[in-house]
Design a protein around this ligand. Structure first.
Ligand code: DX5
Ligand code: ZN
Length: 216
């Protein structure tokens, strides 16, 4: 299956945002990954409304929002009018996550769940019929440039094993290097959020890197 590459835009060079977005689009990326944090659920802030609006103006390519916040319903109300294609919520952040996911569907936004390293497959299994995307965190959420957490691999294999039974597309997020794209795609993962480990701050062009990642 075609690999999907989602650049983590918190790692982009915002001094040259237009050139960055154009180069990433020309390189053939699939989704712009927008990390939104509240400084409480995770001890960082990353991107905001103006960053989303700025990128939305520059491209027609799908954009997702990864909500690492304590109150995702409030953030959905803020971002939904800007029409992200996908919104990921962490199920542990909202008491009635099934209502939140149904609300996203009603808004015409693909619902996704983001699964922390400490959250098990079993804890979210009931949600799988309700989502179009599953984002398995392979680092503790909140910062780029962290080490990959190997203990998430058995859980990733569990999601791969059922992905044909449910409508979700599986992505991984965190410390995804080119070598890990190869290893994880051999396991059956198709979606990769890439930041500083594979894409940003490298010598090669985005076009070279993205085509290599897609060939892995
Ligand atoms: C982690 C972030 C991602 C990612 C960044 O919360 O969601 O943006 O880790 O990419 P790396 O880990 O490759 O720098
Ligand atoms: Zn993310």
């Amino acid at each position: 299956m075609k690999k999907l590459i989602a650049p983590s835009m918190m790692c982009a060079d915002f001094e040259h945002l237009k050139a960055q977005v154009n180069a990433l689009d020309a390189a053939g990326i699939d989704v712009f990954h927008m990390d939104v944090m509240d400084g409480h659920y995770v001890p960082n802030v990353a991107l905001g409304v103006e960053d989303f609006k700025a990128i939305r103006k520059l491209t027609k390519t799908p954009m997702d929002i990864h909500l690492m916040v304590d109150n995702p319903d409030d953030f959905i109300a803020i971002f939904a009018p800007m029409k992200p294609q996908i919104i990921y919520v962490h199920p542990d952040t909202v008491p009635m996550v099934t209502r939140t996911l149904a609300n996203l569907k009603d808004l015409g936004i693909h619902p996704g769940i983001a699964i922390n390293p400490g959250i098990s497959f079993e804890q979210v299994q009931e949600l799988l019929p309700l989502v179009d995307y599953v984002l398995v965190m392979t680092v503790n959420p909140g910062f780029a440039g962290q080490p990959f957490l190997d203990y998430t691999l058995p859980k990733i294999k569990r999601f791969v094993a059922v992905q044909d039974e449910y409508p979700f597309t599986l992505f991984v997020d965190g410390a995804i290097s080119p070598e890990r794209v190869k290893m994880l795609s051999n396991l059956g993962v198709n979606g990769f959020v890439v930041g500083t480990s594979a894409l940003f701050g490298k010598e090669q062009s985005y076009a070279t890197i993205v085509s290599q990642l897609k060939e892995q």
